[in-house]
Each structure stands twice: as C-alpha cells, then as structure tokens.
Write a protein that binds this ligand. Structure first.
Ligand code: HEC
Ligand code: HEC
Ligand code: HEC
Length: 236
C-alpha cells in the first residue's frame, strides 16, 4: 500500500499532474473518418437501456468501495462497472476481469508499439496495465486531461458528442483479445511470473478450463451454433 502510494505520487496521480500517455496523445491527435463518426452517431442516437446507475441497497461499506472505484478509471466514468453485455457467454468473465485488469490492457494494443504489462496502482487497488518504455498507459478520471474531457463531454451538444466519442475510441480496439491470448501455455500476452504469480498458480491460469472452453466453442460465423453451458451439464 505504501509502495503503491509512493509510486502513485511519483507518477503524479496524487498530485494531479500525470503527464499525457500514448493513449491520450493518440486521442488528441485522432481525426475520425466518416465511418467512425457515423458509427458514433448511431450509437449515441440509440443508447441501450441504461443499466442501474445507483447501486442497489448495499451496506455502506460496500457503497463506499463502489464510490472509490468510480473515480478510478476514465473509461469507467462513462462505461460503469459492467461495460460488457454483448456476449452472453463471456460478459460475466470480462466484467470480472475489469476489476483487476485495466481496460487499456485489452482495448489499447496499437500495432508497432512494444508493450509490457505490469501491476500499476489505481486509487484503491492495483490493475494490470500496459507499459510503454516503462510508463503505464492507464488513464485515471482525476487526471487533468480526463477532467477536461469530462467537462467537454458535459457541455457538448449532440454532434460534438459524436465527435468526442469517435476520437476517444479511434485508438482503441472494439474487441479485446481472445481468452486464450492470456490463458494458454504458449507465450501469451502476460508474463505471469513478472506479475508475481507462483508456478502452480501460473499453470492453473494458463490451463484455465473455462477460458479454453469458451474460446474453443466460440462461434466463428453467424451460422455456427452457440454452445451454452448449463449448470445441469456440469452436475451430470
Ligand atoms: C465520454 C464517455 C466515454 C468514455 C470516457 C469512454 N467511452 Fe467507450 N463508449 C462510449 C459510448 C457512448 C460508446 C458507444 C455505446 C456503448 O457501447 O456504450 C462506447 C463504446 C465503446 C466500445 C465499443 C466499440 C466502439 O467503439 O463503439 C469500447 C470497446 C469502449 N467504448 C471502450 C472504452 C475504453 C477502453 C475507454 C477508456 C480508455 C472508454 N471506452 C472511454 C463512451 C465513452
Ligand atoms: C480481459 C480483457 C478485457 C478487459 C480487461 C476489458 N475488456 Fe472490454 N471487451 C473485451 C472483449 C473480448 C470484448 C468483445 C466481446 C465480444 O463481443 O465477444 C470487449 C468488448 C467491450 C465493449 C463492447 C460492448 C460489449 O458488450 O461487448 C465495451 C464497451 C468494452 N469492452 C469496454 C470495456 C471497458 C470500459 C473496460 C474496463 C473497465 C474493459 N472493456 C475491459 C475484453 C476486455
Ligand atoms: C489480458 C489477459 C487476459 C485475458 C484476455 C483473459 N484473462 Fe482471464 N484472467 C487473467 C488474469 C490476470 C487472471 C487472474 C486474476 C487473479 O489474480 O486472480 C484471470 C483469471 C481468470 C479466471 C479465474 C481463474 C482462477 O483460477 O482464479 C477465469 C475463470 C478466467 N480468467 C476466464 C477468462 C475468460 C473466459 C476469458 C475470455 C472471455 C479471459 N479469462 C480472458 C487475464 C486474462
């Protein structure tokens, strides 16, 4: 905790002076094309039913934790805590991963930039985040860049929001990596040892049967059957 805090201060989060990172620089430089703007326009005109914005009644202790987390990540300011909904097979797992893995790890993987992954302190806990030349690429909601963007978004009219949405997402990947990009025994995205996992745990994570099953049975085309697991199957 002390180490994390010191690192956070060193990185400027606590002082609110964190320098721009390659993602925020890419957003500032991005000029979305007509297609990206059209996609953003469609999305903003047809927002999906809003999930709960207030937590259900939970004891104050948990409410506090939820609030603390909410100020952590720039992405979560808009996407909330369960951003994944499309893939009924994977969404629970993806949302679970978001509690320990920065969004950027899975959604910011630009070509031609060499990335490492390391545990990086957020406000309350650490996240596995990408590093470029030793500097973490994880944008926090309280950074000046993110605050400014949030203000622009608040003030923006419909067409300006379309533009902001498109710019923000241009450097990002719509789909994250396959489950087996990490849960596999070949050399995957993550260096498990560097992240502090012990040999037995590494084997467990590499051979994770759920990740492997979901990847193996992922429909490749719209015609492929969707294989669902039912609790019954597991109990037989
Ligand atoms: C200002 C609000 C806002 C912020 C901040 C934001 N998003 Fe989004 N994002 C949206 C909206 C609006 C959509 C389109 C509708 C939807 O999927 O909710 C979207 C869609 C997406 C999609 C689906 C693909 C696409 O481009 O439509 C991904 C993936 C995504 N966001 C990831 C992220 C990540 C990662 C971050 C942080 C680096 C982030 N978003 C920050 C508003 C935001
Ligand atoms: C472990 C990797 C991983 C992490 C971490 C992750 N995502 Fe995703 N995300 C994915 C994958 C994979 C998909 C595509 C799912 C599909 O449709 O198959 C996706 C899709 C999305 C979408 C499109 C909507 C949907 O329901 O699929 C949004 C929005 C999104 N992610 C936002 C985020 C945000 C915000 C964070 C951080 C809180 C985040 N993601 C963290 C892997 C990840
Ligand atoms: C970016 C790398 C990455 C991707 C992609 C990824 N995972 Fe994970 N996964 C992790 C990490 C890291 C953990 C360990 C978290 C911890 O320390 O407990 C984990 C843990 C898990 C666990 C818990 C295993 C256990 O023994 O505690 C399951 C289940 C899992 N992942 C399934 C999936 C599925 C299903 C997908 C695809 C939808 C997926 N993962 C994609 C990195 C990833």
């Amino acid at each position: 905790m002390i180490k994390s805090l010191a690192l956070a201060v060193a990185m400027g989060f606590a002082a609110g002076t964190a320098a721009a990172n390659p993602y925020t620089e890419a957003v500032d430089a991005s000029r979305p094309d007509a297609e990206a703007l059209q996609q953003a326009r469609k999305q903003l005109e047809n927002p999906r039913a809003k999930p709960l914005t207030q937590p259900l009644f939970v004891p104050p202790f948990h409410q506090q934790a939820a609030r603390e987390e909410r100020v952590t990540s720039f992405c979560r300011d808009c996407h909330g805590h369960a951003p994944h909904h499309r893939s009924a097979r994977k969404r629970a797992f993806l949302n679970m991963h978001g509690q320990q893995i920065a969004c950027e790890t899975c959604h910011w993987r630009p070509e031609g930039i060499s990335l490492d992954y390391e545990r990086v302190p957020g406000m309350a806990e650490e996240f596995i985040a990408p590093l470029v030349n030793g500097k973490p690429v994880m944008t926090m909601a309280e950074e000046p860049w993110a605050r400014r963007l949030a203000q622009d978004w608040e003030k923006a009219d419909k067409e300006e929001r379309v533009e902001i949405k498109a710019r923000l997402h241009k450097p990002l990947e719509e789909k994250g990596p396959d489950c087996t990009a990490c849960h596999d025994d070949r050399k995957g995205m993550l260096d498990w040892r560097r992240l502090g996992y012990e040999a037995g745990r590494i084997r467990e994570l590499q051979e994770n049967p759920i990740a492997r099953f979901l990847q193996r049975t992922e429909p490749k085309t719209a015609q492929d059957p969707v294989i669902r697991i039912e609790l019954r199957d597991l109990l037989e």
